[in-house]
Design a protein around this ligand. Structure first.
Ligand SMILES: NC(=O)c1ccc[n+]([C@@H]2O[C@H](COP(=O)([O-])OP(=O)(O)OC[C@H]3O[C@@H](n4cnc5c(N)ncnc54)[C@H](OP(=O)(O)O)[C@@H]3O)[C@@H](O)[C@H]2O)c1
Length: 248
């Protein structure tokens, strides 16, 4: 199958790309600033499976015209798209009282409006191919978290977007589901997660030694939802959280 993954240059997205390549899929993925990271992901994909088609594209997910142009180029290069993973995301944390318009707008535009642009632009290709898997990466924070009103609102909105797509296009063999990661060590958590929250995770995550998740454990859920075997799963959330689904 042919995957289109946003934000594949590092962190969770890079793992999604590499694990999909391991399973025999071809992958087009996007990056914004990490050109070198994207190059290394392509290199690793080629090392995993030399015959794999894996290419990176620079794309600002907040820019509708750029999203549409990149999806057109991917379809021209790969002929079609089967699996779409809206993974690119940011956080800009702060208490609501102090949150600037810019912090609010940036997170909503990147984490919610961007996936809307991607889904809208890719749907004609999925419909033409009479098959599609849309997988959107939300967060446990969708249920609310201190200092993350913008991120929480965007991730909850992303669930609403996904479940609506599931209802609109399920009859056309296009499924849309959400994957909810728990705590995975990437740049977003390295930079934004306070030590108290790490301690909370270690104390309360009902998993051996309070360990955090390994990226392939998350990618496995995405690859399952992308598979033929997951055809009857539509409009759902898979929570890869070790069972800790609450944030202070
Ligand atoms: N890590 C966790 O524990 C965790 C938990 C819950 C949910 N999530 C979600 O999982 C997703 C991936 O997170 P991560 O932990 O892998 O974060 P990350 O390491 O910070 O990576 C973020 C990715 O998004 C891309 N990106 C950021 N802003 C963009 C924009 N405006 N346009 C296009 N691409 C953009 C980045 O591209 P460049 O590097 O090229 O700039 C990068 O590839 C996010 O949606 C995040 O909210 C993560």
């Amino acid at each position: 199958m042919i995957y289109f993954v946003t934000g594949g240059s590092r962190g969770i997205g890079a793992s999604i790309v590499e694990e999909a390549v391991k399973l025999g899929h071809d992958v087009a993925f996007t990056y914004l600033t990490s050109e070198e990271g994207a190059r290394q992901v392509v290199e690793r994909a080629k090392a995993i499976r030399p015959e794999a088609r894996c290419r990176s594209y620079r794309m600002q997910v907040k820019d509708r015209a750029e999203v549409e142009a990149v999806i057109d180029r991917v379809v021209a290069d790969f002929e079609t798209i089967h699996v779409v993973v809206n993974n690119a995301g940011i956080s800009r944390d702060g208490l609501l009282m102090n949150m600037s318009d810019e912090e609010w707008d940036d997170v909503i535009a990147t984490n919610l409006t961007g996936p809307f642009y991607v889904c809208r632009a890719v749907l004609p290709t999925l419909l033409a191919g009479r098959f599609g898997r849309i997988i959107n990466i939300s967060s446990v924070v969708a249920a609310g978290a201190t200092g993350q009103a913008n991120y929480s609102a965007a991730k909850a909105g992303l669930c609403g977007l996904t479940f609506s797509i599931a209802k609109e296009y399920g009859r056309k063999r296009i499924t849309a589901n959400v994957v909810v990661p728990g705590f995975f060590e990437t740049d977003i958590t390295r930079q934004g997660m306070p030590e108290s929250l790490r301690e909370f995770w270690r104390t309360y995550a009902p998993i051996y030694k309070g360990r955090r998740g390994e990226l392939p454990e998350l990618s496995a859920a995405i690859n399952f939802l992308a598979s033929e075997q997951a055809a009857f799963i539509n409009g759902q959330e898979i929570r890869v959280t070790a069972g800790l689904d609450w944030t202070p």
